[in-house]
Design a protein around this ligand. Structure first.
Ligand code: 13P
Length: 289
């Protein structure tokens, strides 16, 4: 099994009607929690490192560890750059051996986003690396503690999406249809008819960012309308923090590594729950066939 490209993952997910979860790696514990959940559930998975997390994850030191763990895994794993916003970050991920990169030009004009994304796809595809891009803009930051609301004026336009995909040749497209990164202020309202129109216009596997805090029904509707990859970070981070806050309830003799295993288990549970909702459990079997 082991290391695969994003393209292979989203193609299999689209074909078999599930979504592959993309979870953020910020240290060794998150890496192990995600992979353990994937292996125990026979689920394909994406290990994502966000450029915004480079201050936690030094790619020079840590990407060999991530890649080794991915290669050894008994399930298909992609190693992905999440929200690459600068050219040096994209090149660093390519040189580090990542199997996919996201270029996030979502705050640029359509023309500029096309030009910059096209430059990245030409370079990445030449070395067999898949590319995800974002059109429209999903607000909020990874693990944002302050509640956010989606801004409909920034939602993805289906006609623009068709032009964007055709000109950039991206392997997957992240869309803005009502999700936010971090915690939601109020109940999220996904614009599923818009998602259906984007899918029809693009015919490319679609990506949903801001996967923490949505209902099972939201996920099911999203997957039924073309979402093949779902990004999750805040739920994992919050589950870890809940466990950390409960430290006083543990026996006095609990040591640091034992405690960190409990934190890891809490994150693993959060990942497992998402894999169950996304329908990716057991999909390592028959993958790509
Ligand atoms: P959440 O932190 O809201 O789960 O979103 C994660 C994400 O979209 C990473 O790109």
């Amino acid at each position: 099994m082991a290391l695969v490209s994003l393209r292979e993952l989203v193609t299999d997910a689209s074909r078999r009607g599930y979504a592959v979860g993309s979870f953020n790696v910020v240290n060794m514990d998150t890496l192990q929690a995600i992979l353990q959940a994937a292996e125990e559930n026979g689920s394909p998975v994406i290990l994502s490192v966000a450029e915004g997390h480079f201050h936690f994850v030094d790619l020079d030191e840590f990407s060999p560890v991530i890649l080794k763990a991915a290669e050894k895994a008994r399930v298909p794993v992609a190693v992905h750059l999440d929200h690459g916003q600068t050219f040096p970050a994209i090149v660093k991920a390519l040189r580090s051996g990542f199997t996919s990169v996201m270029f996030d030009g979502s705050l640029l004009s359509l023309e500029e986003n096309i030009t910059r994304t096209r430059e990245i796809t030409r370079m990445a595809h030449a070395v067999g690396v898949s590319v995800e891009a974002e059109l429209g803009h999903v607000t909020g930051g990874e693990g944002d503690a302050s509640p956010g609301v989606a801004d409909p004026s920034l939602y993805t336009d289906p006609k623009e999406a068709a032009i964007f995909v055709q000109k950039t040749e991206v392997d997957a497209l992240a869309v803005a249809v009502g999700t936010v990164h971090g915690i939601y202020k109020g109940k999220p309202e996904l614009d599923i008819p818009r998602l259906a129109r984007i899918r029809e216009a693009t015919q490319v596997p679609l990506v949903l960012h801001g996967g923490s805090g949505l209902s099972d029904a939201d996920f099911q509707a999203a997957i039924a309308n073309g979402i093949a990859k779902i990004n999750v970070y805040t739920d994992m981070s919050q589950r870890a923090m809940q466990k950390i806050r409960s430290v006083d309830t543990l026996p006095q003799e609990t040591g640091f590594p034992e405690f960190m295993c409990l934190v890891k288990e809490a994150m693993q549970e959060a990942v497992t729950e998402k894999m169950q909702i996304f329908g990716s459990v057991g999909k390592a079997t028959g993958f790509g066939s």
